[in-house]
Design a protein around this ligand. Structure first.
Ligand code: GRF
Length: 205
């Protein structure tokens, strides 16, 4: 059975969506490790409730990216992690981790990449930019993680309509619900080895 490592930085509602998909038998794998970028976030409570081993690996505790990356890799090795899910994780993963887990790290982003993504576009800032620009359609994207920020090959996307009466909170809530559907679906494909990456194109079998 494949081991999944889930990285969080906050409430962990996407982590919970994965936990629920495993509990209902949809994803036949186990979460062997949760890594949080900081202490005291509710996502760690969710891990504790399910007795999932967790670690806090804070970038600020390491003198450079290399030692930060090695610390992450050590935890992933201990957890015998086969694939990684970034679920509301706010750090950029060091190169060593990306290289070791090439096309085995997926991330969920709350917009239709390549719109409203990259440096500085995370959490509610994404939805603020969507509203400021006046687009009629936004959505959620699950993609592979490469050395860039939100630049890896796209696995799945789902649109979400922007309503005239939307504010950041109503929009964020509606997009988050779609993330909770999309992320487990993409992870299930990865667990079942049904994803082929051909350059920038992702073929699902
Ligand atoms: C949300 O803004 C979500 O859109 C993004 O990460 C943030 C927190 O998600 N993916 P979570 O509740 O911690 O999973």
């Amino acid at each position: 059975m494949k081991n999944i490592g889930v990285f969080i930085s906050g409430g962990g509602s996407n982590l919970q969506a994965i936990i629920d998909a495993i509990d209902n038998g949809d994803i036949k794998a186990r979460i062997s490790l949760v890594i949080s970028s900081r202490e005291g976030v509710y996502g760690l409570e969710r891990a504790r409730e399910r007795s999932i081993p967790y670690a806090v690996v804070s970038k600020g505790d390491y003198r450079d990216s290399n030692s930060f990356g090695n610390a992450i890799l050590k935890h992933l090795e201990e957890g015998r992690v086969d694939m990684v899910v970034l679920a509301g994780y706010l750090n950029i993963l060091p190169r060593e981790v990306i290289e070791k887990f090439r096309n085995r790290i997926i991330n969920v982003h709350p917009s239709l990449i390549p719109a409203f993504c990259g440096q500085g576009y995370y959490g509610k800032r994404v939805h603020q930019a969507v509203l400021d620009h006046g687009v009629k359609i936004t959505g959620a994207t699950v993609h592979f993680v490469d050395e860039g920020t939100d630049t890896g090959p796209i696995i799945m996307q789902k649109p979400v309509e922007v309503l005239p009466e939307d504010d950041i909170n109503t929009l964020a809530e509606r997009v988050l619900k779609v993330e909770h559907q999309l992320l487990p679906k993409a992870l299930k494909l990865l667990v079942e080895d049904r994803i082929l990456v051909d350059g920038r194109r992702v073929i699902i079998s």
